[in-house]
Design a binder for this molecule. Structure first.
Ligand code: CP
Length: 297
C-alpha cells in the first residue's frame, strides 16, 4: 500500500501532480467519496493545523475519522504502539496519520504494517513534516509559479525544525532557484540537504521572493542551545523594517504555531505580504489530495 513518509521518496512529477490536484479541489469543490473507509489520527505531540486539517480533509472525502487519544487509550495500561496499530487495523481502519517525537518510528510502522494500512507522516521528530512542505510549495507556486527563479529564505531555528528539513528536500526535488537558511550559529543545521546557511540576516533578506519564518522551538532545545529571547529578537526577528530589504511582492510564510513578538512581529504576520492563513487553508486541500492519492494506489 502507498504511504507518505517523507519528501525524499517523492519525485518532482508526483509532487506537482498532487499540488495540481489540491488546487483542483480548492477551486472546483468537486471531491471523490471514499465512503466506508476510516482514518485515525495518532498524535503523540500537540497540534492544531495538521491534526484538524487531516481530519477535515478525510471527512470531505467521505471517510470516517475515528477519535483516538493516547491519554485515554489502552497504551496507558502498557499496550505498545505496535499493538495499538494492529488492533485498529483489525477493526478495519486503513489510513493512519502519525505525529511522534521518535524519529523514524513511522518508517518502522510502515515497514511492519504497510501491507495492511496507509501511513501518513504528520510530524516525525525533528526529521520530517512532508505534508507541511507540500502545502508550503502549493502556496508559493500559486503566487510565484517559477520556483527556479525564486530566492527563498527560511529564517529561525533551522536545526530543530522538521519543517525546514522537509522544505529543503522539496526545494531540492523541485530545483528552487536559491534557498538561504538564516539562523544564529547555534541553531544552524548539522546536515544540509539543499541551499546555503548564513547568520547574516540582511544578506539573506536582500531581494528575497519568499521569507518563511520558523518558530523558536523551546521544547526541542538541547543543553547549551537556549538563546536569550531579546538577543534573538534584536538580530533575527522578522520585523517590518527588516522585511523592507526583500522584494516588494515578497511572500511572508510561517508554518505555525507563531510566537508573535518573538520570531515574527504581528504587523508582519498580519500584514499585506502574509500568506500564513492561506498556508493553513491550503493544508486542507493538500491533505485531501494526499489521502486520495494513497487510497487510489
Ligand atoms: N505546522 C504545524 O505542524 O502546525 P501544528 O503543530 O498546529 O499542526
Amino acid at each position: 500500500m502507498a504511504h507518505l513518509l517523507d519528501i525524499e521518496r517523492l519525485n518532482a512529477d508526483t509532487i506537482l501532480q498532487w499540488i495540481e490536484r489540491a488546487l483542483y479541489f480548492k477551486h472546483s469543490r468537486q471531491f471523490p467519496k471514499f465512503n466506508g473507509k476510516a482514518m485515525v489520527n495518532l498524535f503523540y505531540e500537540n497540534s492544531t493545523r495538521t491534526r484538524v486539517s487531516f481530519e477535515w480533509a478525510a471527512k470531505r472525502l467521505g471517510l470516517d475519522v475515528i477519535h483516538w487519544d493516547s491519554a485515554a487509550s489502552s497504551e496507558q495500561k502498557g499496550e505498545t504502539l505496535e499493538d495499538t496499530v494492529q488492533t485498529l487495523i483489525a477493526m478495519g481502519i486503513e489510513v493512519f496519520t502519525l505525529r511522534h517525537k521518535e524519529e523514524g518510528l513511522i518508517l518502522r510502522l510502515a515497514e511492519q504494517f504497510g501491507q495492511q494500512a496507509h501511513f501518513l507522516n504528520a510530524g516525525d521528530g525533528q526529521r520530517a513534516h512532508p505534508s507541511q512542505a507540500l502545502l508550503d510549495a502549493m502556496t508559493i507556486l500559486a503566487h510565484k509559479p517559477k520556483l527556479s527563479e525564486l530566492k527563498i529564505v527560511v529564517l529561525g531555528d533551522i536545526r530543530h525544525s522538521r519543517v525546514a528539513n522537509s522544505f529543503q528536500c522539496l526545494c531540492q526535488t523541485l530545483q528552487a532557484g536559491e534557498l538561504v537558511m538564516v539562523s544564529p550559529p547555534i541553531w544552524q543545521p548539522k546536515t544540509l540537504h539543499y541551499g546555503r546557511v548564513t547568520d547574516d540576516v540582511d544578506d539573506a533578506l536582500s531581494d528575497a521572493d519568499v521569507v518563511m519564518c520558523l518558530r523558536v522551538q523551546n521544547e526541542r532545545l538541547g543543553t547549551g542551545e537556549a538563546l536569550d529571547v531579546q538577543a534573538y529578537r534584536k538580530d533575527f526577528a522578522l520585523t517590518a523594517l527588516r522585511l523592507k530589504q526583500a522584494k516588494k511582492d515578497v511572500l511572508v510564510m510561517h508554518p505555525g504555531p507563531m510566537n508573535r513578538g518573538v520570531e515574527i512581529d504581528s504587523d508582519v504576520a498580519d500584514g499585506e505580504h502574509s500568506v500564513i492563513l492561506e498556508q493553513v487553508n491550503n493544508g486542507v486541500w493538500m491533505r485531501m489530495a494526499l489521502i486520495e492519492a494513497l487510497l487510489q494506489t
